[in-house]
Design a protein around this ligand. Structure first.
Ligand SMILES: NC(=O)c1ccc[n+]([C@@H]2O[C@H](COP(=O)([O-])OP(=O)(O)OC[C@H]3O[C@@H](n4cnc5c(N)ncnc54)[C@H](O)[C@@H]3O)[C@@H](O)[C@H]2O)c1
Length: 251
């Protein structure tokens, strides 16, 4: 098997579930050292233990991306355990109305639910980028990959704070690319349409008449994290089955 990540350390934020977990498993299977940082400490440690049992290198650590001290502790942990920090994939996040069980429309959504959405989906990636970029600039290598969403490109009537935060990640990506470019540090955003990380996503429409398999997004994450993407930075990748093409029925 190809070993694209040998001698590299990848921090996967939100790596105890979904796209982050599959990315962590596959980076480890290709020789990378993986740090799984997640607010669910038990799952993070279990996922890391499973990777180790399969012959890979992984560590799990609790991290709430809203807490700067915990974010910085993940960076320090990665450096202490492995000696470098080459890849950051920030997948932690989700639509606030689902995560906070507040399904009503924007006009009545509690303000603290909006805060949750911005804190986790925008400020978390901002904090993590801030925490790791100094190390990457010093190393003269690194790549930061942020998980956006198609909602950040098209807008979303149901997910106003979510689309706001995910759109913000596109600006953050471009800014990180400009900071890192001359130091061999890259940044990319990946904006999926519906992904089958849970059964409910199967009902979301795309022109391809289906949601993405988790692997179809992770393929892009791993490509962008690898040296094969060495001249790609500042870009937002849509992995959406054509959902952003404009037709109202797909929104
Ligand atoms: N699944 C989709 O259809 C879809 C579509 C577009 C974009 N996305 C985005 O992709 C990313 C990953 O989605 P997924 O479906 O794989 O997610 P998921 O729900 O399977 O996993 C998210 C992980 O983030 C963790 N997390 C939640 N809050 C956290 C916090 N405050 N600090 C640290 N960790 C926290 C959770 O414990 C969980 O392990 C998210 O940012 C999501 O917004 C998902």
């Amino acid at each position: 098997m190809e070993k694209r990540f040998e001698n590299k350390t990848a921090v996967i934020v939100g790596g105890a579930s979904g796209m982050g977990l599959l990315a962590a498993q596959q980076i480890a299977s290709e020789g990378g050292k993986v740090i799984i940082a997640d607010i669910n400490q038990e799952n993070a440690e279990k996922c890391a233990a499973d990777i180790c049992a399969a012959g890979g290198f992984a560590r799990g650590i609790r991290c709430d991306v809203r807490q700067v001290a915990e974010v910085e502790a993940v960076r320090d942990f990665a450096l202490a355990e492995t000696g470098s920090l080459d890849i950051l994939i920030h997948t932690a996040g989700g639509a606030s109305q689902r995560m906070c069980n507040a399904p009503g429309p924007f006009a009545t959504r509690p303000y603290e639910v909006l805060d949750w959405g911005i804190d986790v989906n925008l400020k978390g990636p901002l904090y993590f980028s801030r925490a790791v970029i100094g190390t990457m600039l010093e190393q003269k290598r690194g790549v930061i990959i942020l998980l956006g969403s198609i909602d950040g490109v098209t807008g979303s009537a149901m997910s106003c704070d979510y689309s706001t935060s995910k759109a913000g990640l596109i600006g953050l990506t471009k800014s990180l690319a400009l900071i890192g470019a001359e130091h061999n540090v890259r940044a990319c955003c990946v904006s999926p349409g519906p992904v089958l990380t849970r059964p409910g996503m199967a009902g979301m429409k795309t022109p391809m008449n289906r949601a993405a398999e988790v692997q179809e997004v992770v393929n892009v994450l791993l490509f962008l994290a690898s040296d094969a993407a060495s001249f790609i930075t500042g870009t937002n990748y849509l992995v959406d089955g054509g959902r952003a093409c404009g037709a109202q029925e797909y929104r």
